[in-house]
Design a protein around this ligand. Structure first.
Ligand code: HEM
Length: 453
């Protein structure tokens, strides 16, 4: 009995505090929240579209309650600037959720194939080579044991994360979900074991060869003493790079390829540029980028229409702050709907058209300096991998377009390709893109490159 009275008193105090907060602050308008769950059950799965729709009803800044946590979503470029520039410092904390992203691989050649499977494979190879300086496949393309373990860990991380779990947003209900914590701990231990083994290989290699290699892990290990980095910090940084850089780049290229198949004019124009600059007797390299302005615009236009993190990552208010004339209490999460901003007809001409030429007519920055185009965010929380992300996306796109002509699968007309989104923190296509590649270069240029780097 005493326990029931105690529990009721706690609940009453929490609710009373919430009501007090709502009366005390002039919060942004939004859909009416339900007790305890807030708007959790009103949010449609593709959240950024749902928030954009609500903005049409309630205005460009809205309140959305994830359980008892206030989330504020802004969705025009002026408010984006206020959040990411003027109030940048007050809003630079992060909400600690346990989100991650998705990953997979499978494939075929010549016929219609699921593009995403190959892109995920390339993104995996790119990021693991940058971070760890090694390939986990031999010259026949067969993955070794460590690679298989790596992929399993990435896949498990994704399964565990990316949830709008009740326990995430209603902290005092968390005790009801103890199992998940256990799964996280197990996952963490497995991930740390693998990473430590790879770090040891690098330490050994440095000791035997004397010098440091140029990979991210070597840089961190070399700087470990100088900056007093713990092993946990190094493992954390390496995995931040993997989780943040893998899906985002693969997703961006999948959307870009879908747009290029829907718009053969753009595809042919990018291929003409590649043939003119690179020729047909060698493969493109990163040093060609500066001579491939149209290809760069294709990547930018894809990131405008399909930012892989359409609501960025939430920013958390570390003090009470005012945005757009409304109060944002300390502890609330603020999201910028960069998807909606980049399609706002008030700042973009024919915003829904995939037309890379718009960036030749007007060079719009996409690394956080122009608040109309923010696929990487802006301010002190801007994506630290922005330039790397742009290079990886441009590189994948350039190779795919140079090597192959891409058409839809038989029976599907270009205009019938499903361009709707899958729900999630990162936004894959709802129907993974199927496409037919037709080689367009001499066969010697399709050979697998030697496994050593
Ligand atoms: C097309 C590729 C990518 C896109 C569109 C992208 C986008 C973003 C966005 C929108 C944010 C949040 C910004 C904010 O909240 O203000 C972010 C954060 C982050 N990104 Fe990226 N990203 C990409 C690739 C990468 C790559 C390749 C890496 C590293 C290898 C990376 C590492 C990170 C990290 C570590 C953060 C967290 C920063 C922080 O919390 O301060 N990203 N990214």
């Amino acid at each position: 009995m005493a326990l029931v009275i105690f529990a009721s008193a706690i609940i009453f105090i929490i609710l009373a505090y919430k009501v007090y907060q709502r009366l005390r602050f002039k919060l942004p308008p939004g859909p009416r929240p339900w007790p305890i769950v807030g708007n959790l059950y009103d949010i449609k799965p593709v959240r950024f579209r749902c928030f954009a729709d609500w903005s049409k009803i309630y205005g460009p800044i809205i309140s959305v309650w994830f359980g008892s946590t206030l989330n504020v979503v802004v969705c025009n470029s002026e408010l984006a600037k206020e959040v990411l520039k003027e109030k940048d410092q007050q809003l630079a904390d992060r909400h600690r959720s346990r989100s991650a992203a998705k990953f997979s691989r499978d494939g075929n050649n010549g016929k219609s194939l699921m593009v995403k499977n190959y892109l995920s494979g390339v993104a995996f190879n790119n990021i693991t080579r940058l971070a760890f300086g090694k390939r986990f496949v031999n010259s026949e393309g067969v993955m070794d044991e460590q690679g298989v373990e790596f992929k399993t860990i990435v896949a498990n991380g994704l399964k565990l994360g990316a949830s709008l779990a009740m326990a995430e947003h209603i902290p005092w209900l968390r005790w009801m979900f103890p199992l998940e914590e256990e799964a996280f701990a197990k996952h963490g231990a497995r991930r740390d074991r693998l990473t430590r083994a790879i770090m040891d290989e690098h330490t050994l290699a440095r000791q035997t060869s004397g010098g440091a290699k140029q990979h991210f892990v070597d840089a961190l290990l070399t700087l470990q003493e100088k900056y007093d980095l713990s092993e946990d910090t190094i493992i954390g940084l390496l995995w931040d790079m993997i989780t943040a850089g893998m899906d985002t780049t693969a997703i961006s290229v999948e959307w870009a390829m879908a747009e290029l198949i829907k718009n053969p004019r753009v595809q042919e124009k990018a291929q003409e540029e590649l043939d003119r600059v690179v020729g047909t007797d060698r493969v493109m390299t990163e040093t060609d980028f500066s001579n491939l302005p149209y290809l760069m615009c294709v990547a930018k236009e894809a990131l405008r229409l399909h930012p892989p993190t359409p609501l960025m990552l939430p920013h958390k208010a570390n003090v009470n702050v005012k945005i757009g004339g409304y109060d944002i209490p300390k502890g609330s999460n603020v999201h910028v709907n960069v998807w909606a901003v980049a399609r706002d007809p008030a700042v973009w001409k024919e915003p829904l058209e995939f037309r890379p030429e718009r960036f030749i007519e007007e060079d719009v920055d996409m690394k956080g300096h122009d608040f109309r185009l923010l696929p990487f965010g802006a301010g002190r929380r801007v994506c630290p991998g922005a330039q790397l992300g742009i290079n990886l996306v441009t590189s994948m796109l350039g190779h795919l377009l140079h090597h192959f002509r891409w058409t839809p699968t038989e029976m599907v007309k270009p205009e019938e390709i499903d361009m709707s989104e899958n729900p999630g923190l990162v936004t894959y296509m709802r129907t993974p893109l199927q496409a037919v590649p037709t080689p367009r270069l001499p066969s010697k240029l399709y050979k697998r490159v030697a496994a050593d780097i």
